[in-house]
Write a new protein. Structure first.
Lengths: 134, 107
């Protein structure tokens, strides 16, 4: 049994191939995964009662940015953990002086192992078993 | 692993700092809902900026690396296809290593 067992992750990204890739990587890692193509869809899913362990948010989305989406979601679910994925991590970290507890950033491009490590670190504070062996 | 670029969470989420952003999270969310959705999409008539090109390149590379990793996980070692995928993976990861230098030069 891995530390991923039973955990539900919502992947929000406007680019379908990246969403699918993240879903399949996470499923290989033992997570349950649901997807949303944008921030408004994700907010609607959560307002409909979806119970999540982790939100993975693309920062640069066309309708609603990842940060704006998370700001709205955190207003109702302040303890929901968030992993931001971004191709503009330098710009982001220049604009922000703090990384809140319960959130982390993963720079694109990332490997499958990088994604699983980031998710595991955020959810459990430890690396997944496969990473610990190597 | 060549690089992960995982920025670990800190313990900065205390009430004071968070309060500086939104004193009443629910009210802030309600107000945000009333605003028009922010549109970040670049006009198709505008020339692509360097940052947009880098962004798109990173997204393409992310897809190559990620799906290559997925395929390798399903491909038995020793097969010709496995070796082929390892070559793709190596090239993709080498390209990942080049991204900081490319980004710096395009600034």
């Amino acid at each position: 049994m891995t530390n991923a067992a039973g955990r539900l992750v919502l992947v929000v990204d406007d680019e379908a191939p990246i969403r699918e890739m993240e879903r399949r990587i996470l499923q290989q890692g033992g997570y349950r995964v649901v997807e949303a193509a944008g921030g408004l869809d994700a907010i609607a899913m959560l307002r409909a009662g979806l119970e999540l362990d982790l939100l993975i948010a693309d920062l640069d989305m066309p309708q609603l940015s990842g940060e704006d989406m998370v700001r709205r979601i955190h207003a109702e679910r302040p303890n929901l953990k968030v992993l931001y994925v971004t191709a503009n991590i330098d710009r982001l970290l220049n604009a922000r002086s703090l990384v809140w507890e319960g959130e982390a950033f993963l720079d694109k491009p990332f490997t499958a192992r990088g994604l699983l490590e980031a998710v595991s670190q955020l959810l459990t504070g430890s690396l997944p078993p496969a990473s610990r062996r190597t | 692993l060549a690089r992960t670029d995982f920025v670990a969470a800190t313990d900065g989420r205390d009430g004071d700092v968070r309060g500086g952003r939104t004193h009443d999270p629910r009210a802030a969310a309600a107000a945000a809902d009333l605003r028009d959705v922010e549109v970040h999409q670049m006009s198709e008539t505008e020339p692509a900026r360097e940052s947009d090109l880098i962004h798109r390149l990173k997204n393409h590379l992310c897809i190559i690396v990620g799906f290559c990793d997925l395929l390798l996980a399903d491909c038995p070692a020793g097969e010709q296809r496995h070796g082929d995928l390892l070559e793709v993976q190596k090239a993709a990861r080498d390209a990942m290593e080049m991204m900081p230098a490319i980004t710096e030069r395009m600034r």
